[in-house]
Design a protein around this ligand. Structure first.
Ligand code: UT7
Length: 322
């Protein structure tokens, strides 16, 4: 059975940057509160006419170029997003059209902030079973469209962006293992409480925004990440000291620091982008990964752990020999 290996990464951030100071002008918050409680300094926000698929396509092109493959080699697109362009078709199909890919299959995955790692899990299994050879896995979000910009408890937390990887069948080991979990009983801890089947316009007048119990999500995130890290390392007989890198979901600096502490990993070995990207949901991990690959921190042969958590609640990890 072949291994599956990351052969290229890419990412994209919209041009517009909104700082904490900018938010001070519109809501009752402060740069100091946001930095102390979350570690966030600024976030990128998509232009009015910039869609999730536009950002996804740029990130995908960069990953394709880094991998040195022909775009027609891609036989599967797995797109993680909670902010699709349209109700249907899937944003993955829109990306397929924009990239000019003529064959294969494309579909979206909805696991909110864990979506990219869910996508990697699916892509990995397709490759292992011979269902696909070259998979484009994308995480892309326009979270700014589902944020209530008058609600200070959520408005300061999110940003927009996209990240992508090309995963390919290989003789060499790449993805060592993937782990995914969910607990639907925690649905209302973090959600956008409206949707198509409820008669969207009738119940919320088209205003469908994120509602979150931040304290509960925080506590659950720390315990879920601890548990999935143990599951991942124990399942592979790997000691935490063998890890070279932690690439965590970028939601809150305090959650990231707590996870690093559990591993005894110095912060130099943790990829952090939350300060300048904020929480880009499914895009956060592939964005962080691409940045650390391109600036030369993450090198071939190194062992990294990707860890995500999000609404659902969902949580997921991937142990990867890069
Ligand atoms: O991808 C998953 C997405 N979600 C998360 O990861 C969220 C996880 N949770 C968190 O990151 C944190 O819970 C938050 C950053 C959301 C909140 O931090 P906290 O330390 O848990 O603060 P808190 O909610 O307990 O609020 C403390 C105070 C409250 O005021 P009082 O009641 O003490 O007077 C809030 O009203 O801070 C107030 N507050 C703010 N103040 C200034 C809440 N938001 C703001 C704000 N600016 N933006």
């Amino acid at each position: 059975m072949p291994h599956s290996r990351i052969v290229g990464t890419g990412s994209y951030l919209p041009e517009k940057i909104v700082s904490n100071k900018d938010l001070e002008a519109t809501i009752d918050t402060s740069d100091e509160w946001i930095r102390e409680r979350t570690g966030i300094r600024c976030r990128h926000i998509a232009a009015d006419d910039e869609k999730t698929s536009d950002m996804a396509v740029i990130a995908a092109r960069r990953a394709i170029e880094a991998a040195g493959i022909d775009v027609q080699e891609i036989d599967l697109i797995v797109m993680a997003t909670t902010t699709p362009d349209k109700i249907f078709p899937s944003t993955a199909c829109i990306v397929q059209r924009k990239l000019g890919i003529e064959g294969g299959a494309a579909f979206d995955v909805q696991a909110v902030c864990s979506g990219f790692v869910y996508g990697l899990d699916i892509a990995h299994r397709f490759i292992k079973t011979g269902g696909a050879k070259t998979v484009l896995v994308i995480g892309a979000e326009t979270m700014s469209r589902i944020v209530d910009w008058q609600d200070r408890s959520t408005a300061v937390l999110f940003g927009d962006g996209a990240g992508a990887v090309i995963l390919q069948a290989s003789e060499e080991e790449g993805i060592v293992s993937t782990h995914i979990h969910s607990d639907g009983s925690l649905e209302e801890t973090l959600h956008v409480p409206y949707g198509v089947s409820q008669g969207y316009d009738a119940v919320c007048d088209g205003r469908a925004f994120i509602v979150m119990n931040g304290n509960t999500v925080f506590r659950k995130a720390v315990s879920m990440l601890g548990a999935i890290a143990r599951e991942t390392l124990d399942g592979n007989n790997i000691d935490k000291k063998d890890l070279d890198w932690l690439v965590p979901h970028q939601a809150n600096m305090r959650i990231i620091t707590a996870a690093a502490k559990k591993f005894g990993l110095p912060m130099e070995r943790v990829v952090v982008t939350v300060d300048t990207h904020a929480n880009t949901s499914a895009a956060s991990i592939p964005l962080a990964l691409d940045i650390a690959v391109r600036d030369g921190r993450i090198k071939r042969g190194e062992l990294m752990l990707l860890e995500a958590f999000g609404a659902g609640l969902t949580w997921a990890s991937a142990l990867i020999r890069y």
